[in-house]
Design a protein around this ligand. Sequence first.
Ligand code: NAD
Length: 492
Amino acid sequence: MLNLNDIQPICIAGQWRPGAGDRYATLYPATGEAVASLHAASVADVEEAILGADRAFRTSGWAQKKPHERAAVLFRVAQLIRENGEALAQLQRLDNGKPISETRNLVASAAATFQFFAAACETLEESLTPMRGDNLTMSVHEPMGVVAAITPWNSPIASEAQKMAPALAAGNAVVVKPAEVTPLAALALARLCIEAGVPAGLISVLPGKGSVIGDAITLHPLVKRVSFTGGTSTGKHIAHIAADKMMPVSLELGGKSPTMVFEDADIDHAVAGVLYGIFSSSGESCIAGSRLFVARSLHEPFMERLAAGAAALRVGDPADERTQMGPLITARHREGIERYVDMGVTDGGRIRTGGVRPKGPAFDRGYFYTPTIIEGLRNDQRICQEEIFGPVLVAMPFDDEEDLIRQANDSVYALAAGIWTRDYKRAWRVGRAVQAGNVWINTYKQFSISTPFGGWRDSGLGREKGRLGILQYMEQKAMYWGLNEQPLPWAG
Ligand code: NAD
């Protein structure tokens, strides 16, 4: 499965062969070395994949299987992910440079996702609605046909599982468009789905440029739904296409999430939570707690501990189990982050810690950056408003709860928020007042597949996960079953 051949085939409606697009190499962000070489998909490959997916949807019998039969296959996918867990975790490390401890968790979460949606599929109930006449009335759901999953580079296998598992559970064919720089985990996952018994034609994985391959997929008339995770501007572009096609979409987009530390917080917990919230995954996380507000009375001692904690984080080799922060995804992305830090300083910010590339032979070839904290800025300044998607925290003091909530909500994004306080009434008040799709109280960046996830405003539309997440990939249908003993009276 994980033999990184010289030319990595891609998956076009179950056919494994090199794409007809340009050949390119994926790079290991820790060293810049080539990991795999593959040909991207071409627009003609997209056409073939979607026609093949549509044919497989109509002829493979997958959609007609009983839910418990589809579930059995998806349980097997979960089992195969676990059996290949270490190989997948290592592959994912090479794909995007995350520390191995983290990629192991992502692989475990992908297995759990397939298990969960297998169970959701098997236990999904349709409803009989209250009768209001001589009709038996029901609400049922049908698969849509060909659906698309477009994913970013920051958590490949977990993002793809979150879309593929419910899409397949619902009976659909799924065309996956992974990020150009991280296609390997999606390709491996597709192999496991087919090995487990998903009809091969139902699955395609089409790496390539978003503006070419992603657009061709989104625009295709046979694609009935797009589930997208990525940047807000790409999400808005997809929403425009979807509006023209009258196609449902779900959009999991960017964030600039506030974390709020009150004077009565448990400081040990808050320091650990804030560090984890922004610096895990090198800050390349949509839900990163990237805007910190600390009660003024606590501000200086808290910042002292936080900065010491950030400086002590182990940045380095992703293969080392002790590493907490690996490299950033590409050299270009690191340059973008550096420009934001420079902008923060130009705008009057002070770097409390970090703000540089780490030095030494271990870091020379990779795209590493130190955990960085910037103070002295106002919430309305650019680096406090724009998503940096890297290990950069902006920290500000606050004076009172009302003003804090105003500042926390003053963002185009509304994906997540963190609250640290011992006062349960305040936690409730602030938790309800903050505008965000996900609120963590005295914890941060915790997930559960059984809890719906998504954002408000520019952070997205729709929800993923949750037992009813499967319904996002189905059309709802009302059925009226006439029980009249007499003909309908109107014509009589
Ligand atoms: P991106 O928007 O550049 O790319 C995401 C995916 O969309 C890639 O596969 C890309 O090739 C594809 N794409 C690009 N242009 C396209 C187009 N015109 N049509 C169709 N597809 C297109 O985002 P990225 O840089 O890969 O990822 C980072 C962003 O993702 C950040 O903003 C981050 O916050 C967001 N993100 C959100 C979540 C969430 O759940 N809310 C999770 C992870 C990442």
